[in-house]
Design a protein around this ligand. Structure first.
Ligand code: CO8
Length: 256
């Protein structure tokens, strides 16, 4: 399925959402964000077991479209902010694991879309950062909250305050990328990781993701209470019965 600047492709149960605006290094404008929102919803409705987000060509997403933003007033910027937040939230709430395959520039809003994914793998030549400060604005699609949680407060403040652009190795060092691979291996590595995730029991996977996300919504106490309820709810499900029976019987599980 494809929109003008976004495509959604499947390989078995794994969906790949590609942002494709080559003239602007995949910078996100209204049309592209709306298409991303629709593609994410479609992949969820169609039961994708993992979703890979990447960019066409040599860029991941070079940020929000600066040419579009340039003359916005506060009211229009509020709506623009909401649109980007909705897409990032949809990635975060996607009912299966999401992987950002960061294949090049991931600045500003591009970094924020990667942050909203569950996991990030990057190519050696990727560059990432929240560079908004140098445009006289701040991150507006989630980085002030998601970045400190991922890389720690000190590193996030340095990145956001200085608008630092980290190379892939430095980003991996601070925990922003889980894995860095050769440029020509990224697609295959992301696909293999997605396949491994897609093969896990779907209901338990969804529950694990929801429990981790829940912890970020409120206090640790409410997160732990959520985990207890979620944990108990998995008992009696076919996958729990099968997973444990397979262990006891010393065989591979055959999940639903
Ligand atoms: N927006 C619009 N167009 C862009 C963007 C962008 N973010 N990035 C690149 N382009 C365009 C360039 O203008 C250029 O177009 P043209 O050929 O028509 O002049 C084309 O893409 C190629 O770019 P360059 O010639 O600059 O390519 P280089 O390889 O020399 O440089 C860079 C690539 C380093 C990525 C450079 O283009 C750059 O620094 N881009 C801007 C990166 C940036 O600052 N991104 C953050 C934007 S702010 C943001 O994302 C805010 C998110 C939250 C918004 C919330 C609002 C409420």
């Amino acid at each position: 399925m494809s929109w003008d600047t976004v495509s959604l492709e499947y390989d078995d149960d794994v969906a790949t959402l590609t942002v494709d605006r080559p003239d602007a290094l995949n910078a996100l404008n209204v049309e592209t964000l709306e298409a991303m929102g629709e593609a994410i919803e479609t992949a969820a409705d169609e039961g994708a077991r993992a979703l890979v987000l990447t960019g066409a060509g040599d860029a991941f997403i070079a940020g929000a479209d600066i040419k579009y933003m340039q003359d916005l007033g506060p009211e229009a910027a509020q709506k623009w902010g909401e649109l980007g937040h909705d897409v990032a939230d949809a990635l975060e709430a996607f009912p299966a694991p999401t992987i950002a395959a960061v294949n090049g520039y991931a600045f500003g809003g591009g970094c924020e879309m990667a942050l909203a994914c569950d996991l990030r793998v990057a190519s050696e030549s990727a560059l990432i950062g929240n560079t908004e400060i140098d445009l006289g604005i701040i991150p507006g699609w989630g980085a002030t909250q998601r970045l400190p949680r991922l890389v720690g407060d000190e590193t996030a403040r340095r990145m956001i305050f200085l608008g630092e652009r980290l190379d892939a190795a430095s980003a991996a060092e601070v925990g922003l990328f889980g894995e860095v691979v050769a440029d020509d291996e990224l697609e295959g590595v992301a696909a293999e990781l997605a396949d491994r995730l897609a093969a896990k029991p779907a209901f338990a996977m969804r529950t694990a993701k929801a429990a981790i996300n829940q912890g970020y919504e409120g206090s640790q106490e409410s997160g732990l209470a959520y985990e207890q309820r979620a944990f108990a709810s998995l008992f009696g499900t076919p996958d729990q019965r099968e997973g444990m029976a397979a262990f006891v019987e010393d065989r591979e599980p055959d999940f639903e």
